[in-house]
Design a protein around this ligand. Structure first.
Ligand code: CAA
Length: 258
């Protein structure tokens, strides 16, 4: 039997998905993305999980979409299967926080997959890039949209038009990456951050994620209203009562994630 393309594991309240095609630097075939999406959906539906980490190998988070698989596809082939649409897009519907723990190459679809996560923790050896232009294509899973939002137009144009890779420090300074840590610590740091998130009241965590994402999809007025309505809704949860009472009574809160 062939090796599974991903590995999954649960540690405490954190679900871990590890890309497992190291020989081809975790090239992102349709089959691999299907497996990632299924694993994420399972974690999302599991009441005992509060946050998810997605990682690759030390050499590569992922070196992009699988070039060998797509090289002979025609326009009709990619259009009919809605390539990078149906299975990649389903990752956007994961409602619990997802952290990308990135070591090594995060290129093309690999960079886009990392950006699709809620934030990125990078090892010092991480290299981000959108080299699609060298293949006669452009980024196809949000690179032209999420990079300028994360780093501004100048950096996005530079990276996408020249195919220049940037290192972890530059990515952090530009706002693409939340934290840079020694390469051997990247998974540990991401798992620890995910454990902190998973210890927080889940309804508030999910509404915070949803509200922040709204900032990219709506005018300020609508985003502010969306935030305020979620803020109001949280007063109906057990965890709001528990969190505030615990503070006033100077004791540890016991959240039920409801
Ligand atoms: N697809 C398929 N196979 C890939 C791959 C990819 N994206 N990236 C690497 N591989 C394979 C290589 O073909 C090679 O396989 P073999 O051992 O069978 O020859 C193996 O992984 C190791 O790669 P290299 O020998 O090239 O390793 P290296 O250390 O010399 O170079 C690298 C590393 C600079 C990342 C180089 O592999 C590379 O440039 N990869 C392609 C990067 C790229 O162009 N990504 C964009 C893809 S298009 C896309 O992602 C579209 C989108 O928007 C979603």
């Amino acid at each position: 039997m062939s090796e599974p393309m991903i590995k999954t594991e649960i540690q405490g309240r954190v679900g871990l998905v590890t890309l497992n095609r190291a020989k081809v630097l975790n090239a992102l075939s349709n089959e691999l993305i299907d497996e990632v999406a299924q694993a994420m959906r399972d974690f999302d539906a599991n009441d005992d999980i509060g946050a998810i980490v997605l990682t690759g190998s030390e050499k590569a988070f992922a070196a992009g979409a699988d070039i060998a698989a797509m090289k002979d596809w025609s326009y009709a082939d990619v259009y009919k299967q809605d390539y990078l649409g149906h299975n990649w897009e389903s990752l956007r519907r994961i409602r619990k926080p997802v952290i990308a723990a990135v070591s090594g190459f995060a290129l093309g679809g690999g960079c886009e997959l990392a950006m699709q996560c809620d934030f990125i923790i990078a090892g010092e050896n991480a290299k981000f890039g959108q080299p699609e232009i060298k293949l006669g294509i452009i980024p196809g899973y949000g690179g032209t949209q999420r990079l300028p939002r994360a780093m501004g137009k100048a950096k996005a144009m530079d990276m996408i038009l020249t195919a220049r890779m940037i290192g972890a420090q530059e990515a952090e300074q530009a706002g693409l990456v939340a934290r840079v840590v020694p390469t051997e610590k990247v998974l540990e740091e991401a798992m620890a951050a995910a454990a902190v998130i998973a210890s927080m009241p889940l309804p508030a965590v999910m509404m915070a994620k949803e509200s922040i994402n709204r900032a990219y999809e709506s005018p300020l007025n609508e985003g502010l209203l969306f935030e305020r309505r979620n803020f109001h809704a949280l007063f109906s949860t057990h965890d709001q009562k528990e969190g505030m009472n615990a503070f006033v009574e100077k004791r540890e809160a016991k959240f039920r994630h409801e």
